[in-house]
Design a protein around this ligand. Structure first.
Ligand code: ZN
Length: 262
């Protein structure tokens, strides 16, 4: 793709022709390098996920834009590391915030599957992709053949199913993204955390295979006698850093819920 740029070592400054990432300074085991704030457009821009409420980051984004007007702020979902700074950033640049969850909106307009947002002659197509959270959205940029995936697909590792998400929804969303990536000939996934993924089909196939594998492992752990989510985490996530076990437990709860409904 013309304009695809993936810096080595940091997602900051990753870009396609019309999308550019400004990394927020909130690294952690859960947020990888930090939250990716994506700026989409040309002489006018849409800002996707201002990130946490971090004044230095929000100012950096505003200063980076210079004279370019922000027409709208969009959220991939309502988790705090993506949405926490939205209200403050909206004040700074005088733009509305659109999100699926009405609690995260500022202004009249919502955001949902099938919406098309225009900016600087470009289109941003909204895909409803519940699962990581109930309100997760992905954004397709036809011009760049790039899909912004929020926390539905991360640039490294795998995502979790949060308490407000669900695995059945998540698996459907991955299948939908896989079909879209193939049908639309996507050339990059632009995630909410971590580096740009230049091979969308391979990334999505990896995610889908990983989910199936974890479900098989959980079935096997249960067959061995593990009962509580924590007992299952100890077996299935033995290879994962302990600082992530609480999050893993959340994923196990989601997976048990899914298996028990089959
Ligand atoms: Zn996140």
């Amino acid at each position: 793709m013309s304009g695809l740029h993936i810096p080595i070592g940091t997602p900051d400054g990753s870009r396609t022709e019309h999308a550019e990432n400004l990394l927020a300074p909130n690294p952690s085991a859960m947020t990888l390098d930090g939250t990716n704030t994506w700026v989409i457009g040309g002489d006018e821009v849409v800002v996707i996920d201002p990130g946490p409420e971090d004044e230095s980051h929000l100012r950096r984004v505003r200063d980076h834009l210079g004279e370019r007007r922000v027409t709208e702020i969009l959220l991939t979902h309502g988790h705090f590391d993506h949405s926490g700074g939205a209200r403050r950033f909206a004040e700074m640049v005088g733009a509305p915030v659109r999100a699926l969850d009405p609690r995260h909106r500022l202004g009249e307009e919502g955001l949902d599957d099938g919406d098309v947002v225009g900016v600087a002659g470009l289109e941003i197509h909204v895909y409803g992709t519940p699962g990581h959270s109930f309100d997760s959205l992905c954004f397709w940029l036809p011009e760049d053949r790039a899909m912004l995936t929020g926390d539905t697909v991360l640039g490294r590792g795998t995502t979790i199913i949060a308490r407000d998400g669900g695995l059945a929804d998540y698996l459907r969303s991955l299948d939908r993204l896989r079909a879209a990536a193939e049908g639309l000939e996507a050339r990059a996934l632009l995630p909410g955390h971590g580096p740009v993924l230049p091979d969308p089909i391979a990334a999505l196939d990896g995610y889908i295979a990983h989910r199936r594998q974890r479900l098989d492992q959980i079935r096997a752990a249960r067959a061995q006698g593990a009962r509580t989510p924590r007992e299952i985490v100890k077996i299935v996530y033995a290879d994962v850093d302990r600082s992530l076990w609480a999050a893993a437990e959340m994923s196990v709860v989601a997976q048990l819920d899914y298996l028990d409904r089959l």
